[in-house]
Design a protein around this ligand. Structure first.
Ligand code: GLY
Length: 394
């Protein structure tokens, strides 16, 4: 059974029609962006991280650079249109070329939608090798003393992520987003038979479950641990409104990430954690189905996050399959969000490069209410689940 089996005929037809609209649009967009690494869209045109100023290696390995190729691979699998695969293949060699420059946990976000997806769809031995090499690099960030994968940097740096937060000591820092990098490690263990990757991921998930998920079910963005003892030092609001707030994308990363860890380990406590996050979050979804940047942000100005919307929706679709007693609630909420994106926050013209309209990088960061490529990826992934055509990577 897939989530499609639980849809009404009307929603099945709607999902198929949206996939048609995506295909129609991407058939034009893919040619314009065939040799780009797009991260966002400005005035309807994809930017290109290959042309970004500054540290060229890091721009090439910018954490969202896998999502354009991921969207193309997913659509290749759904349609069989070879042109998607031809263009999707552009990204991976560039990522492989800068792997050793990447002092970040975002390796899963980069290699899952590119190398792992390519391997799962085409069986490419080169893509498999690339993903395994990336998994080894990610493993190097695991600190047995904290029990987590370090988010950023490789030394003793201090950094303030947002003007709402004090500086943090990066040696002990991890973020809820990292839950989405764990599936690369679970995949590497399953693929090779080497349990090290699995155990690092499982340790990280267990620690994150205890440290990041509050008593009410909401999720913290950033935790700093003592890098030698693993004790919690402090937490931060990060990309959300502030300390104690509930950054919507972070809720999504937690929801999707703990669901993924359950799928890979079978540990009931991870599924229960995802259910707790969902129980807290579902009543907060606005009547119009559009998701704010932070569930605890002030009412004005309205800051929207279509990225969070797609992540939350795709996670709820997985949960709807896994938790029969809550299926109606999870599926209903996911459909509400996806209908809202389609009807109220999407641009279906083939003349512009963006699908979704209003993502937000972070409450206090530049770039509110605009398109980000990973918003489009998660919207497409969720819609493909409704169409019964998604390839699972998380
Ligand atoms: N992983 C960083 C973000 O979600 O913006």
């Amino acid at each position: 059974m897939s989530v499609r089996d639980y849809l009404t005929n009307e929603d099945r037809q709607w999902a198929d029609a949206v996939i048609e609209k995506i295909h129609h649009k991407l058939t034009a967009v893919r040619e314009r962006s065939a040799t780009k690494l797009p991260a966002e869209t400005n005035d309807g045109v994809h930017d290109d991280k290959l042309k970004a100023a500054g540290n060229v290696g890091i721009a090439k390995g910018f954490w969202t650079n896998g999502f354009w190729a991921g969207m193309l691979w997913q659509m290749y699998h759904a349609t069989g249109d070879e042109r998607y695969a031809e263009i999707a293949r552009f990204t991976l060699p560039i990522l492989d070329g800068c792997l050793l420059e990447l002092d970040t946990h975002d390796i899963g976000f980069l290699w899952l939608p590119t190398a792992v997806l390519d391997y799962k769809i085409t069986g490419s031995a080169a893509a498999r090798q690339s993903a395994l090499t990336a998994a080894k690099w990610l493993m190097g960030r695991f600190n047995p003393a904290t029990g987590v994968i370090r988010a950023w940097g490789g030394g003793n740096e201090q950094m303030a992520l947002s003007r709402a937060d004090p500086p943090m000591h990066l040696a002990g820092v991890t973020i809820i987003d990292c839950m989405m990098n764990l599936p690369l490690l679970y995949w590497a263990s399953a693929e090779t038979g080497d349990p090290r990757y699995y155990h690092a991921a499982d340790h990280h998930a267990a620690k994150a479950m205890r440290a990041f998920v509050r008593g009410d079910g909401s999720v913290i963005h950033i935790c700093e641990f003592d890098p030698d003892t693993g004790a919690l030092v402090q937490d931060f609001g990060g990309q959300g409104y502030g300390k104690g707030s509930a950054w919507a994308r972070g809720q999504g990363w937690g929801l999707c990430g703990f669901t993924a860890s359950y799928k890979h380990t079978g540990r009931q406590e991870y599924l229960d954690t995802a259910k707790r996050i969902a129980a807290w979050l579902l009543p907060l979804i606005p009547e119009n189905g559009l998701i704010p940047c932070d569930f605890r942000q002030p009412a004005e100005p309205w800051v929207q996050d279509d990225i969070a919307a797609g992540v939350i929706a795709t996670a709820l679709l997985d949960l709807a399959e896994l938790v029969p007693e809550e299926r109606e609630a999870y599926l209903g909420a996911a459909l509400k969000i996806l209908h809202a994106l389609d009807a109220q926050s999407a641009d279906w013209s083939p003349d512009t490069d963006n699908i979704t309209l209003r993502g937000t990088a972070g409450y206090h960061l530049p770039g509110r209410n605009k398109n980000y490529v990973y918003a489009d990826y998660y919207f497409v992934e969720a819609m493909l689940k409704l169409a019964g055509k998604n390839v699972t990577i998380w």
